[in-house]
Ligand binder design. Structure first.
Ligand code: COA
Length: 368
């Protein structure tokens, strides 16, 4: 049976920074309150022309470059997002087209901030079953577009960004070792975006009542999060046959330093074992785990052979974790010319659109 190795990783965040001081000019809050209650100092906000798909594409191209893999060799693209481009088409389809993953099936996965854990597990299981060889898993968010910038309970928390992993089949043991996924829909109302779906389609009333913005019961979510982080980590470790002492690093969902500290206490681990970068990005939801991974790798905190736990929680309610033995890119003889492949992908996309227009004209004239 093949193992699912993490062979590529990439991230993308918007340039625009929104600091706590900036926020204090928008709502009744201050830097001290936000830092002490959440650990967040600043977050990135998508500018004009940026969206979940553009950030996802950027992160994906970087991940493919690290893996030295052609987009055309990808079999599966999963975009996990709570702020997709549209209800449909899937953001994953747009990414598939933009990067030139011409042989891939692509779909979105919605599991709020736990989405990247669930998506990675889906991709890893597809690889381990032998069904596919290469997968691209992306967490991408522009939650700033769904935040009520007059609501100090929520607008201080979220930030925009994307992160991506490439997963590849290999006979060498390693890669994703185990995963656990959990849901509790009875708590769905604790963190939600009520309108814009089939239950409450956008209307004058939904807009008047602010139902197209994120709604959150912060205290309940906080209590839930502190309960499940340590528990999910232990479950995933047990499933992999690992002990807590075997863990080199934990990459938790970046929502609140106090939640991560509670997990550290629950696991009896020092905070040094945890990656924390939410001070600079806020809660980027499903993008937070891959973004934190990329930064941990770049700062030398992740090395081949390391045993890592990735653990998250979020709306749904959802929570889960996966363990992995870090391997890095698979050996390959040839360097992929990414710029060239990207150029061909963009040409191909334009040509396909032109062909569709011509086809429409021909059908209009001669078809039925
Ligand atoms: N600035 C200043 N004061 C604020 C504030 C802000 N941005 N937001 C709330 N307050 C006030 C409240 O109005 C309240 O005032 P009161 O005591 O006069 O009523 C006080 O601060 C305490 O508010 P409370 O909601 O009890 O704060 P808290 O310690 O629970 O922290 C959160 C609030 C949102 C930071 C915290 O509950 C949390 O992090 N929850 C989890 C949220 C999360 O992670 N969501 C995403 C999950 S993926």
């Amino acid at each position: 049976m093949a193992y699912a190795h993490i062979t590529g990783w990439g991230m993308a965040v918007p340039e625009k920074i929104l600091t706590n001081d900036d926020l204090s000019k928008m709502v009744d809050t201050n830097d001290e309150w936000i830092r002490s209650r959440t650990g967040i100092a600043e977050r990135r906000i998508a500018g004009e022309g940026e969206s979940s798909a553009t950030l996802a594409v950027e992160a994906s191209l970087r991940a493919l470059e690290v893996a030295n893999l052609k987009a055309a060799d990808i079999d599966l693209v999963i975009v996990s997002s709570s702020s997709p481009e549209h209800i449909f088409p899937a953001t994953a389809s747009l990414v598939q087209d933009q990067i030139g993953a011409i042989n891939a099936g692509a779909f979105d996965l919605s599991a709020a901030c736990t989405g990247f854990i669930f998506a990675t597990n889906m991709a890893a299981q597809s690889i381990r079953s032998g069904a596919i060889k290469n997968a691209l898993v992306i967490g991408a968010e522009t939650l700033s577009r769904f935040v009520d910038w007059t609501d100090r309970n929520t607008c201080i928390l979220f930030g925009d960004g994307a992160g991506a992993f490439v997963l590849q089949a290999n006979d060498e043991p390693g890669g994703v070792l185990s995963a656990v996924m959990h849901s509790d829909g009875s708590g769905g109302d604790l963190l939600s975006l009520p309108a814009g779906g089939s239950k409450l389609p956008t209307s004058e009333a939904t807009i008047r009542n602010g139902l197209h913005f994120i709604q959150m019961d912060g205290k309940s979510v906080f209590r839930f999060a502190t309960r499940v982080m340590a528990r999910a980590t232990k479950e995933a470790l047990e499933k992999a046959g690992l002990e807590i002492e075997d863990v080199d690093l934990i990459v938790p969902h970046q929502a609140n330093t106090r939640i991560i500290e509670a997990a550290a206490r629950g696991l009896k681990l020092p905070m040094e074992k945890f990656v924390v970068n939410l001070d600079r990005y806020g809660n980027t939801s499903t993008a937070s785990i891959p973004i934190a991974t990329v930064e941990a790798f770049e700062s030398g905190r992740i090395n081949p052979g390391d045993k890592i736990v990735f653990v998250g929680f979020g709306g749904g309610l959802t929570w889960g974790a996966f363990t992995a033995e870090w391997s890095g890119p698979l050996p390959s003889e040839r360097k992929v010319l990414h710029g060239w492949h990207l150029f061909l992908a963009r040409i191909r996309s334009v040509l396909l659109r032109i062909v569709r227009v011509i086809e429409g004209l021909i059908w209009g004239r001669f078809g039925r």
